[in-house]
Ligand binder design. Sequence first.
Ligand SMILES: *[C@@H]1O[C@H](CO)[C@@H](O)[C@H](O)[C@H]1NC(C)=O
Ligand SMILES: *[C@@H]1O[C@H](CO)[C@@H](O)[C@H](O)[C@H]1NC(C)=O
Ligand SMILES: *[C@@H]1O[C@H](CO)[C@@H](O)[C@H](O)[C@H]1NC(C)=O
Ligand SMILES: *[C@@H]1O[C@H](CO)[C@@H](O)[C@H](O)[C@H]1NC(C)=O
Ligand SMILES: *[C@@H]1O[C@H](CO)[C@@H](O)[C@H](O)[C@H]1NC(C)=O
Ligand SMILES: *[C@@H]1O[C@H](CO)[C@@H](O)[C@H](O)[C@H]1NC(C)=O
Ligand SMILES: *[C@@H]1O[C@H](CO)[C@@H](O)[C@H](O)[C@H]1NC(C)=O
Length: 499
Amino acid sequence: MLRLINAVAWIAIIVTAQSTPQPYLRTPSSRQLAWHQLEYYAFVHFGPNTFTNEEWGRSQSTPDVFNPTALDTDQWAKSFADAGMAGMILTAKHHDGMALWDTNTTTYKIGDGKWAKDRIAAGLSADVVRMAAASALKYDINFGIYLSPWDIHRDPAMPKPNLTGTLYDEPQIFGDNTTGDYNDLYARQLTELVTLQYDNGSRISLFELWLDGASGSDTVQTFDWAKFRDIIRENQPGAVMWGHQGVDARWVGNEDGYTVPTNWHTISRTQDQTHYEGDKLQTGVRDGLYWTPAESDARIRDGWFWHANEKPKSVNALMQMYMECVGRSVNLLLDVPPDTTGQIPEEDLETLLQFREQRDAFLKRPLLTPDLDVSASSVREGDSKQYGPANVLDGRTETYWAMNDNETTGVLEIRLDGTYSIDAVIMQEQIALGQRVGGYLIDAGVDGAYRTIVNGTSLGYKRIWILNSSVEANSLRLQILQSNATPLISSVQALGVKQ
Ligand SMILES: *[C@@H]1O[C@H](CO)[C@@H](O)[C@H](O)[C@H]1NC(C)=O
Ligand SMILES: *[C@@H]1O[C@H](CO)[C@@H](O)[C@H](O)[C@H]1NC(C)=O
Ligand SMILES: *[C@@H]1O[C@H](CO)[C@@H](O)[C@H](O)[C@H]1NC(C)=O
Ligand SMILES: *[C@@H]1O[C@H](CO)[C@@H](O)[C@H](O)[C@H]1NC(C)=O
Ligand SMILES: *[C@@H]1O[C@H](CO)[C@@H](O)[C@H](O)[C@H]1NC(C)=O
Ligand SMILES: *[C@@H]1O[C@H](CO)[C@@H](O)[C@H](O)[C@H]1NC(C)=O
Ligand SMILES: *[C@@H]1O[C@H](CO)[C@@H](O)[C@H](O)[C@H]1NC(C)=O
């Protein structure tokens, strides 16, 4: 009897194990999965360059140069929240080396300047990083930090005659051949930043650490990425670590808010290995060794820092960026720099708000509702409740349509409740279990006669396909033509107007 019970239990385990699709190769960590869903957030370049009209300051100014006339980090956070952005990443230290937070790792910090001293004397905070974090919390957006690995202030190859003999004349320890350990300095700065606190004593929570890959000097400095990663993991387990080639997210290979239509979330290089070129960073590597999705850092103006002679891009240009990044499974990190007042300029804010309006007007026209009739060529173990095609219409990303493991191609058909005019299609793959799909068609049908409107390769977290011209349809069909493991489709949506 005991034997029989054991046998029954054993079979039950096997059946259960088969019914849930197993992860395919690499999958996102929970921090990466949460990060994918942020999609669009702000980059804030602010520091001495804002006041010297530079992009890469040469670390020649004293901290007195940092002198915002009406700093208001609440205005930043409110602007970004109103613009529909999910967070902001602030340059705590750009290449010039001047720290925007209260640090004991350097004298070259805004805290040593007149602006900060006056504020502190008046009983006000002068720690711009902590102020921005508190504002992000207040307006319910995420907060992240940029800390430049390249540090001109410490780089012996970058002369700084203006600082010679001043309080800011610090040891030139950047580079493998210098006496002094720059990795140790950087690690201490990073440690301070990942352990910053809100006024109430709780640790400031960070969603991303942005460790720039740029360097403009010949000094060779081998960075201790593993040590930096451990510091981040230990203190901010929910934070994604961005580096040129990873660890958790990669550069998209350009700074123009663009990526090619085929995009894989995986690559096969790490931060420590030779750099891929732009093309490879855009496409990623199918079935690569690491889940390292791309993020596109782009600018609302020409420069990263504010310059009086530049204007924000047009709303249409931002729409195009959004569709060629977020619409291609790549997060969009849009730089919106404060000016010398310490606020986001009115015209940039106006542009962001109009962009949001146009985006919402476009995206908030879903035609497919959960009650529509949807069928599939097959359903995993015939279990329509768990894996049926209706899951693609239920508005939940956790549920998905699945077939048996031995099936990698299949067809899903949605019958509309009338004739619609469709101009865009949005689809999501269940990436929690890996990126699988490599070829698909979307066809628009009129009384059963279909014509192809989308011919795609990779799918991934989210694809938005904008059609060249709208099509009439009373049914839609998704054909999965190629997949490296049985495809798992979370969502299919069409945008347009009902006739
Ligand atoms: C550095 O010193 C030179 C010569 O005195 C001066 O012209 C220049 O403006 C200074 N640069 C900065 C950034 O202060
Ligand atoms: C700098 O600050 C850190 C963290 O507060 C502290 O552990 C360290 O002892 C300080 N170092 C110096 C030299 O004051
Ligand atoms: C650093 O020193 C090593 C060994 O002394 C030498 O081979 C290398 O060329 C030096 N690199 C630089 C950038 O000076
Ligand atoms: C401090 O504020 C944060 C954010 O509101 C909150 O999550 C945390 O619990 C607070 N900590 C304390 C000690 O009150
Ligand atoms: C896939 O496997 C199922 C059962 O495991 C079987 O019924 C079906 O015929 C197989 N399909 C193909 C295409 O091999
Ligand atoms: C889809 O694109 C592929 C690759 O360019 C091409 O081989 C195929 O014929 C296209 N299919 C359709 C239906 O357009
Ligand atoms: C849409 O237009 C683009 C650019 O003109 C073209 O490359 C593409 O083939 C067109 N797609 C379809 C389905 O006609």
